[in-house]
Write a protein that binds this ligand. Structure first.
Ligand code: HEC
Length: 129
């Protein structure tokens, strides 16, 4: 009886860990200080609501990873890819298709944007795909 209770508790703990994802924790610790928990930002940080305007525009996929706050976050390529897949789903209602992978993120984040505001403007004025 005692053994099976222990086994049940271990199984329960294991399933809780497996069901838990890192994305929200990673967002809270690395992004929410500037972007706020609801993505509203501040006077100097744009609201994530504006990401909808960029969705589907050529260059937005690359821009979202190369933006300095994302590119330079202290997260592995795997965790940043997962975070950005989660972030886009949450703030544009559409997960990136295909989803970001660690190797794509690794390549893009090597070159953080020097002029993210200018790059954003350039993408916005380009025609929709
Ligand atoms: C120190 C403040 C700061 C932190 C921390 C930060 N960001 Fe940002 N983020 C900004 C600013 C400022 C901008 C506007 C572009 C720029 O000037 O870099 C921005 C823009 C963005 C954009 C572009 C949004 C759009 O619509 O153009 C994305 C995506 C983004 N950040 C993701 C993240 C993610 C993901 C994290 C956490 C891993 C993060 N940021 C952490 C300040 C921050």
């Amino acid at each position: 009886m005692k053994v099976s209770l222990t086994a049940a508790l271990i199984l329960l703990a294991a399933s809780t860990v497996a069901a838990d994802s890192y994305e929200e924790h990673d967002y809270t610790l690395n992004c929410s200080g500037c972007h706020r928990m609801n993505g509203a930002g501040s006077s100097v940080v744009p609201s994530f609501d504006g990401m909808r305007d960029l969705a589907g525009k050529p260059g937005s996929r690359e821009y979202w990873i190369r933006v300095p706050g994302a590119a330079q976050a202290p997260l592995t390529d795997e965790r940043l890819a997962a975070l950005m897949n989660w972030l886009l789903k949450r703030f544009t209602d559409e997960a990136p298709e295909p989803p970001y992978t660690a190797s794509e993120v690794a390549r893009l984040r090597r070159e953080p944007l020097r002029d993210p505001v200018g790059e954003r403007r350039r993408i916005l004025t380009a025609p929709r795909r």
